[in-house]
Ligand binder design. Structure first.
Ligand code: ADP
Ligand code: MG
Length: 275
């Protein structure tokens, strides 16, 4: 067993200003003609400003549901979520979401796609445009600003979606399996790029994945989730130095954390017969 600290998910929130406070947040979907679905049992989790936390678990354990409650894209059944001082009741520009599919508009260039949310919100200024151009340069897309999504690889499309999410300078970045459609090599490059972006432009990040190694590599803490009903079973501190570098992937401490989290799933009975 790795020497990691486990924090009970129901532990009382620590004092101080949290970037995100999830206080007994729960979601029940009422399905017409069927039994209600308890997608998320009352859940508690607090994030410090600038913290990187991953939610890991198999399909159906409420990961997307929890992100929807934090982003205000879905109504909460009970409990509450606060982002800074604001109780979440609807979507807000302070919280950006990156989805599994980049959802770029194919008739818009990379730059136009990145600037679209600011344009729609009426907040497109010279500064916002310059920040978007700087971010595109930073992530290696400077020469592709005037290209269309169909001319980009999957990894470049997802980089564009990440820049689009960051262009409005949100406080919080929510990422729902953003790299799961990419090949492993591209995914590993994007892990390092995401961490580089995050250290240059600090944000509080919640990253959803079903890949344990991905969660360990990126995160300060990993919340292990289980289904039926969806819930956080355990929170594991990832006490690995930053900056994280590719050598970490072959470090015994890394393997130990991955196998420790894997055993949390077995204890929770979350995996069934397969991972
Ligand atoms: P995950 O993202 O971890 O795969 P979800 O949050 O999407 O899980 O789903 C959690 C549970 O809630 C699942 O059982 C799913 O079928 C159910 N669910 C999600 N969205 C809806 C919905 N709109 N209506 C009914 N049930 C839903
Ligand atoms: Mg999901």
């Amino acid at each position: 067993m790795a020497s990691v600290a486990h924090t009970a998910p129901s532990a009382a929130p620590t004092a101080g200003a949290h970037a995100i406070s999830i206080e007994g947040a729960a979601k029940i979907y009422r399905v017409s003609g069927g039994a209600p679905v308890e997608a998320l049992r009352p859940t508690h989790l607090d994030l410090q400003p600038g913290e990187f936390v991953s939610l890991v678990g198999p399909s159906g354990c409420g990961k997307t549901t929890l992100l929807k409650l934090i982003s205000g894209l879905d109504d909460i059944t009970s409990g509450r979520v606060a982002v800074g001082d604001r109780i979440v009741t609807k979507p807000d520009p302070s919280v950006s979401v990156v989805f599994q599919r980049p959802a770029l508009l194919k008739w818009y260039t990379v730059e136009q796609n990145v600037l679209l949310p600011a344009k729609v919100a009426g907040t497109l200024t010279k500064e916002v445009r310059q920040r978007a151009i700087d971010l595109l340069d930073f992530i290696g897309l400077g020469d592709f600003r005037h290209r269309y999504p169909s001319e980009l690889s999957g990894g470049m499309q997802q980089r564009t979606a990440i820049v689009r999410a960051l262009a409005g300078e949100p406080q919080v970045l929510l990422m729902d399996e953003p790299f799961s459609a990419l090949d492993e090599f591209t995914r590993e490059v994007l892990h390092d790029e995401l961490l580089r972006l995050w250290s240059e432009h600090p944000k509080t990040v919640i990253f959803v994945t079903h890949n344990i190694a991905e969660a360990v590599y990126l995160s300060d803490r990993v919340a292990v989730m289980a289904p039926r009903p969806g819930r956080i079973e355990q929170i594991v501190d990832i006490e690995l130095d930053r900056p994280r570098t590719p050598e970490l992937r072959t470090d015994p401490r890394f393997f130990e954390l991955v196998s420790d989290i894997r055993s949390c799933f077995h204890q929770a009975g979350a995996l069934g017969g397969n991972d």
